[in-house]
Design a protein. Structure first.
Length: 307
């Protein structure tokens, strides 16, 4: 019980404090959420990925295992999400938002502190988390944007539009500089870290501001089924893939725990940026984060028994 309370206090409480602050600010000042979304997509997320990938040192074999796991995990989730979507009566935009809520999980401002707490700063466990985080962000701001934009401007234009996104170039530049051991001047590295550190705060404040605009009904809807898949079915799928790949130890535990994270804040960010049911996206993020206070603790406990 003490461990569960510690997780709630050190991980979830800070997150909810930031969400509540965004909620209050929205009511008081009526924030421009579109501007916040643009700042996150074009400044803070690219900066975050660049800094994390440049600082992370990992073996190529580890990268291979994580990529294989991530691809298999996303494929299975996508299939389940599309099957669930067939039972939804919403339009294509709503179905996309619901499917994204399953595919995009909060491996950053939620997953990183959980990883650090569980593994007590173990560098191998954190390397796994950063790799998953980076791939998740790339996937969110590539497929996530493409899925929404293709409904409005067509698939070809949406695909070409992705190459205008700075996330891809931030990743490539970080990998090149990392592996070639090119030092970054302090006058560039310092502001880059400022930008990276701001990403979590801006995303959570924006989530709180979005929630402030929602009229919660708490009536049964298809959204709850997608939340169940994200929080409960997701870890079960991850466990199966981990067993299939023969992974064990810290790597297996870290992948299993990160698979249980709630819906990513960035799913609501891109929904806001491209005006694709942003209130629904924010509601799913909020509810899945709230409910994860129970499910994540259970998954952490199970990780110690299974691997």
């Amino acid at each position: 019980m003490s461990e569960m309370l510690y997780i709630l206090e050190t991980v979830l409480l800070p997150i909810f404090i930031m969400i509540i602050l965004g909620f209050i600010l929205q009511h008081k000042f009526d924030l421009d959420l579109n501007t916040l979304a643009k700042l996150n997509i074009y400044v803070f997320v690219p900066g975050f990925i660049f800094v994390k990938f440049y600082k992370t040192h990992f073996a190529l074999s580890l990268l291979f295992y994580i990529v294989v796991f991530f691809v298999l995990y996303i494929i299975v989730l996508y299939i389940i999400g599309r099957l669930l979507a067939k039972f939804s009566k919403g339009d294509k935009g709503e179905v996309t938002t619901l499917t994204n809520s399953v595919l995009f999980f909060n491996s950053g401002n939620y997953g990183v502190p959980v990883n650090d707490l569980v593994f007590k700063g173990d560098p191998l466990a954190m390397s796994v988390q950063v790799l998953v985080l980076s791939m998740q962000n790339i996937f969110t701001f590539s497929y996530g944007v493409f899925a929404i934009q293709s409904l409005r401007i067509g698939k070809l234009k949406a695909l070409l539009g992705y190459f205008k996104m700075p996330v891809l170039y931030a990743l490539l530049l970080a990998i090149i500089l990392n592996y070639t051991h090119v030092p970054i001047p302090k006058f560039i590295w310092t502001p880059a870290n400022y930008v990276a550190d701001a990403m979590i705060a801006i995303a959570l404040l924006m989530l709180g501001a979005q929630i402030a605009r929602i009229k919660f009904s708490f009536k049964w809807s298809a959204a709850y089924a997608f939340i169940f898949v994200r929080l409960v079915i997701g870890p079960i799928i991850a466990w199966g893939i981990i067993e299939l790949m023969g992974l064990e130890g810290v790597i297996a535990q870290a992948l299993f725990i990160t698979s249980a994270m709630p819906t990513s804040v960035n799913s609501s960010v891109i929904a806001q940026e491209y005006d694709n049911h942003p209130e629904l996206a924010a509601e799913i993020v909020f509810l899945s984060t709230l409910l994860s206070s129970v499910t994540v603790v259970v998954v952490i406990y199970c990780s110690k028994l299974l691997f």
